[in-house]
Every structure is written in structure tokens, then in C-alpha cells.
Ligand binder design. Structure first.
Ligand code: NAD
Ligand code: ZN
Length: 360
């Protein structure tokens, strides 16, 4: 038995308004005048000087606004890397991702691909990255995915949706400023928040569970319950709690694994482009059989916040479509093994999976 030796984010700032310390954090990391900082920012902030006016651009530093309407693609990473190489005199001093999981994952992937040959798709998998990434900073503006703390960057490639999992993936610096999450629309707040809740349930009920994962998972689960089921806190407290829930949820799966909902949600996302948060909710809503307690709580939270999920998402799919989703989902072996144990193939047959998808 060999235990995982996984890297953690070495530096983190937490606090309302801590975003104001960004310039001071970056200054000593500048390698030269010709080595810019590149800010990859969710384009919801494009016309929002409240955020961008606090970023001091010097020399050839650049802001690149990116839409989070679609999840990151390997080809998108390759294009960004090429653009940055062509327009920068020297290798960038740093890549700073500001946004949700989409922007955080793009920042991680770009920082890796700036120092590694070939295409991003070549690195989808486990421990394929050879060289250390460019210095990279993650600044979440919505809470739940745990992408700010994780060792992966989830990308959709030409033939799979799979992360670049490596010791070089985690951020060198994270800034947790809950104020940045204040304008998240309610539905999105719920979907991305439920990603964290589902991380906790899948980790805490999985066969990979150990005391390390359990400690973080329980903490994150309690925070999710407070945020989504209790009213005795201010908006600010709630935003701060969800930010910490996301972090701890990410830490919990770092040493365990996710499960059925994530495997099936990856299938939906690959075929239909369904985004991670809402996709997880659509799937989880139908998984009583596997997560009875978790699904019961999920339904309470959904009702409390008047969230209605899309229905009949799979209604018009043909057999080829189902097979595509089933192949993507069943390909994620560690997730199934965590959820259902060594004999998972006997429990989760393609037929069973198809029946479940048909309910969605
Ligand atoms: P997201 O980044 O896709 O953003 C969702 C929506 O919220 C977008 O419309 C975005 O513009 C908007 N938004 C974000 N911050 C906002 C703000 N402050 N105000 C107003 N609108 C705001 O959302 P997400 O759920 O955080 O991320 C999903 C992505 O994260 C997926 O691509 C998924 O694969 C990835 N993910 C990665 C990991 C990991 O460990 N790397 C884990 C889970 C999910
Ligand atoms: Zn997730």
C-alpha cells in the first residue's frame, strides 16, 4: 500500500476585502519588465470597474476577459497559450484566474501549458505533466467547486472530459475574498453551492473514505447545511461560510474521490454541454437509491430556495447518445469504485445507467 503524497496550496489569504492585497502579493513575483502578468477574468466583470479598477497593470500586463458560458476546452487552452506566447516578449511572470471553476481551471491549465510541450489534450489524465507551471494565482468569485484548492483542472477534449491531474496543477496562491461573490445570481449560487454539498456526500459515503477526508468532509457538510437550511446568519456570514465549505469540500475529495453523481454528470456535460453545477443537481436529484440521506437533504434545500431543475433533459436522446454518455461515465473507474466498491461493474451495468439517465 502506498499513500498519496499530494501538494496543497502553499499560500492563501482569507478575508472580506483581501482582494485589495493582490498588487502587493504580485509585485515581488514579477520576473522582468518583459514578463507580464496575465489576468484571465470572467467576462461578467467586464463592465464592472468595482473589481477591475483595483488591478494595477504595469508594463505589458494584460487582462483577457473570458466567457464562462461554456466549460473549458483543451482547444481553448491551446489558443490562449499561443496568444500569450505570441504577444509576450518573455514567459509571463504569472497567470491570475478570477472567476468561478471555469476561469480557475483555465488559469491552471494555461499556466501548465506555457511550460509543457504539445497540446493540452495530451495531459488529460494523471501525472502526465513534466515541467513546473508558471506561477499561478486563483481568485474565486463564486463558491462551491473546490477548484481553488484542487489538484486538477477539468477540461473537455476531443475525446474525453478529464482533468489534468498533477502536482503542478494547484495554485501557488489563492485569495479568498467573499465580497467577490456578492452578486452571484441565486440559481447559480445554488447550483455551484450544491457541487460542494455533493462533493461532501460522495466523499463521506464512499469506500475511499479515511479520517483525513472525513474531517474536512464533515466540516464542509455542516457549513453547507448552515448556509442552505438555516436563516440565523447575515449574507456576509453566509458568503464566508460557503467559501470555506468549498475549500474544505475540495480538501475532502483530495484524499478520497467523488462518486455516482459526478460520473453521470460528466456524461451529460460531454454530450449536451450541461454545466457542472446544474448537471450535478439534475443527476443527484434522481440518486436516492445510492445516497438516500443526501438526496433527502438536497430536496429540502431545493424546496427552501424555490429552485426548479430542468426536466426531460434526456427525453429526446437516441441510443447512440445514451451510449456516448454511458461510455464517458463508466470510463471514470475510480469514481465508481469509490461509490460502489470493488464489485461496482456488477451493480452499475450500462443498462442500469441508461435507466437512470432516462429519468433525467
Ligand atoms: P462557472 O465558473 O462556470 O460560472 C458559472 C456562472 O456564474 C457563469 O455565468 C459566471 O459568469 C457566473 N459568475 C461567476 N462569478 C460571478 C459573480 N461574482 N457574479 C456574477 N456572476 C458570476 O461556475 P462554477 O460552478 O464555479 O464552475 C464550474 C466549472 O468548474 C466546470 O467547468 C467544472 O468542470 C469545474 N470544476 C472544477 C473542479 C476542479 O477541481 N478543478 C471541481 C469542480 C468543478
Ligand atoms: Zn464537482
Amino acid at each position: 500500500m502506498s499513500y498519496k503524497n499530494f501538494p496543497m496550496v502553499p499560500r492563501v489569504i482569507f478575508g472580506r476585502g483581501s482582494f485589495n492585497q493582490l498588487n502587493e502579493i504580485l509585485a515581488p513575483k514579477r520576473l522582468s519588465r518583459n514578463a507580464p502578468f496575465i489576468f484571465l477574468i470572467d467576462d461578467v466583470f467586464k463592465n464592472n470597474s468595482w473589481l477591475t479598477s483595483r488591478i494595477q497593470l504595469s508594463y505589458n500586463d494584460r487582462i483577457i476577459f473570458i466567457s464562462a458560458n461554456e466549460e473549458p476546452k483543451t482547444s481553448q487552452v491551446d489558443k490562449l497559450v499561443e496568444d500569450i506566447i505570441v504577444t509576450s516578449k518573455e514567459h509571463p511572470s504569472g497567470i491570475i484566474g478570477i472567476g468561478g471553476g471555469t476561469l480557475l481551471d483555465l488559469a491552471k491549465a494555461v499556466s501548465i501549458m506555457l511550460t509543457n510541450k504539445g497540446d493540452a489534450k495530451d495531459y488529460q489524465g494523471w501525472d502526465l505533466v513534466k515541467n513546473a507551471a508558471v506561477y499561478h494565482v486563483g481568485i474565486p468569485t463564486i463558491s462551491g467547486t473546490g477548484a481553488e484548492v484542487s489538484r486538477t483542472t477539468v477540461l473537455t477534449g476531443p475525446d474525453k472530459k478529464l482533468g489534468i491531474n498533477s502536482d503542478y496543477t494547484p495554485f501557488d496562491q489563492v485569495i479568498l475574498d467573499s465580497e467577490l461573490t456578492k452578486d452571484v445570481p441565486k440559481n447559480q449560487w445554488f447550483y455551484t453551492g450544491m457541487d460542494c454539498f455533493i462533493h461532501c456526500i460522495e466523499s463521506l459515503t464512499g469506500t475511499y473514505l479515511n479520517a483525513f477526508s472525513e474531517s474536512y468532509g464533515k466540516m464542509a457538510l455542516n457549513l453547507c447545511k448552515e448556509v442552505f437550511l438555516e436563516d440565523n446568519h447575515s449574507n456576509i456570514e453566509s458568503q464566508e461560510k460557503l467559501m470555506m465549505a468549498s475549500w474544505h469540500g475540495g480538501m475532502s475529495i483530495a484524499y478520497s474521490q467523488v462518486g455516482v453523481a459526478h460520473a453521470m454528470s460528466y456524461g451529460l456535460s460531454y454530450l449536451l454541454g450541461t454545466k457542472h453545477g446544474i448537471g450535478n443537481c439534475i443527476v443527484f436529484n434522481q440518486l436516492e437509491e445510492f445516497y438516500p440521506e443526501g438526496v433527502k437533504l438536497f430536496k429540502q434545500m431545493k424546496a427552501k430556495h424555490n429552485i426548479t431543475l430542468p426536466k426531460r433533459v434526456c427525453a429526446d436522446l437516441n441510443d447512440d447518445d445514451f451510449n456516448t454518455m454511458i461510455n464517458i461515465a463508466l470510463g471514470l473507474e475510480p469514481l465508481w469504485e469509490n461509490a460502489l466498491g470493488n464489485n461496482w461493474k456488477k451493480i452499475m451495468t450500462p443498462k442500469k445507467l441508461k435507466e437512470l439517465y432516462k429519468k433525467m
